[in-house]
Every structure is written in C-alpha cells, then in structure tokens.
Ligand binder design. Structure first.
Ligand code: NAG
Ligand code: NAG
Ligand code: CU
Length: 227
C-alpha cells in the first residue's frame, strides 16, 4: 500500500515539473524572470512574454539591450502569435531580410542583438493583432523620432485596415538583431542558463532537461512500485 501511495505521489511530480516553469498567468511572472536571470552567469538575456494574460502585447515591449544580448520571446500555449521584424515606417509589414518566428505557441524564439545603434521594430502577424498594438522594439530611441510609443501609435493607427500577412514559417536573419534558429519547444527558465554554452542549442537543452525530469520522475515511480 505504501509503495503504491509513493508511486502515486511521485507520478504527478514527473509531469507537473515542466509546467512549474511555464508562463504564469496574471501577476506571477516575477519568479519566472528571476529564475531565468539567476543561473545565466555573465550572459545577457532578456525574456519577453508574448501575449501574457491573453492580451495582445509583448511584455516588455520597449527593450533596451546592448550588443550580444539574447532577447528570448516566450510564447504562451493559448493562442498563436509571432514576432516578426518590420520597420518604423511600416509597423505591420514584414521587413525584407528581417527575422520571423512564424506563428507559434508554447515555444521560445531568440534573437541576438548585433547592432545596438540600429532600432529593431517587430510585430505579431496573427490577423488583427498588430493593429491592436501588438508590437515592440529593441533599442528604439527614448525620445524624438522612432520611439517605441510612436511605433505603437503607428500600428494602432493602422487598426482594422491591417492587411493579412502570410505565414511562411520561421525566417532566420534580421537587421540589428539576428535569429539563428526558429522557435524551439520548451520553457525559457532553462534557456536562461544556456547562453553561456551557445545559442542554437539552448532550446534543445531545455527539452532534454525537461524530458530528463519527466524520465527521472517515472523511473522513481517504477522503483517505488518495485520496492
Ligand atoms: C551574439 O552575437 C555576437 C556577435 O555579434 C556573438 O559574439 C555572441 O556569441 C552571440 N551570442 C549568442 C548567445 O549567440
Ligand atoms: C525615423 O526613425 C525611423 C526608425 O529609425 C527611420 O526609419 C526614419 O527614417 C526616421 N525618420 C526621420 C524623418 O528621421
Ligand atoms: Cu499576436
């Protein structure tokens, strides 16, 4: 009886564990961010929540980040969004040569800041989201022409007349900030620790570690049953 209880007690741990690090709805993302920044010794990383709380926003949306910063977008699991590079002049239109996560959910997508003097503007291509103000920027000027606020106003001015943008899947590259891979499954908590060992493998490491936790939990459950 005890063995069975132990197994039952361990089983939920195995499957709940990755979820512990998932995007927390409402005002709870603070533990996630601190869990992310603490282990990433020396590595510059900014985590951006995509559509937090079911809203049409990037949080934060006005990102200031020096060269070498990995800006990691954490896509929630509820509805698809994208982070698609555009231009100040055309907020809701993909930029030629820009990065694009493609529509995705339950994944992370990272860009590396390669030129801090070039403002990087981006939007979500899910129909209507850009016109609702689902846009953001990296290293936009804080005043004068090209601010994040002006960019957001330009997007909401387009509003319902936003044209639908086809989704051709992820596009690597970018201007001012560069993606080297498409979105990867997993949580950003472990990706936060990964930049020290490289960029493109961080998502894979996340999946491997989460799978490892699940396997550990299952093995522990089996051992308990065998006792
Ligand atoms: C980001 O790009 C810089 C070069 O601009 C490179 O030195 C650095 O290793 C890159 N960081 C990541 C995490 O890919
Ligand atoms: C305003 O800033 C944007 C983004 O940097 C730039 O593309 C545009 O040319 C600027 N316009 C003027 C009038 O300086
Ligand atoms: Cu969206």
């Amino acid at each position: 009886m005890f063995k069975v209880l132990l197994a039952l007690a361990l089983a939920p741990f195995a499957f709940a564990r990755p979820q512990d690090y998932g995007p927390a709805p409402g005002p709870a993302p603070t533990p996630t961010s601190s869990a992310v920044s603490t282990p990433s010794a020396g590595a510059n990383q900014v985590i951006v929540q995509v559509g937090p709380g079911g809203g049409f926003t990037f949080s934060p949306s006005d990102i200031q980040a020096p060269v070498g910063t990995l800006v990691t977008f954490n896509f929630g699991a509820s509805i698809p969004h994208s982070v698609t590079q555009s231009t100040f002049a055309d907020p809701c239109t993909p930029m030629s040569g820009g990065f694009d996560s493609g529509l995705t959910m339950g994944t992370t997508f990272s860009v590396n800041v390669t030129d801090a003097t070039t403002p990087v503007y981006f939007f979500c291509k899910f129909p209507a989201h850009c016109g609702l103000g689902m846009v953001g920027s990296i290293n936009a000027p804080s005043s004068g022409n090209g601010t994040n606020a002006a960019f957001t106003s330009a997007a909401t001015a387009i509003g319902g007349s936003e044209s639908t943008v086809p989704d051709n899947g992820p596009q690597t590259g970018g201007v001012g900030a560069v993606a080297t891979a498409g979105p990867t499954s997993g949580t950003p908590s472990v990706a936060g620790a990964a930049p020290t060992s490289g960029s493109s493998s961080s998502g894979a490491a996340t999946v491997a570690i989460n799978s490892g936790l699940a396997v550990f939990g299952m093995v522990a459950g089996v051992f308990a049953l065998a006792l």
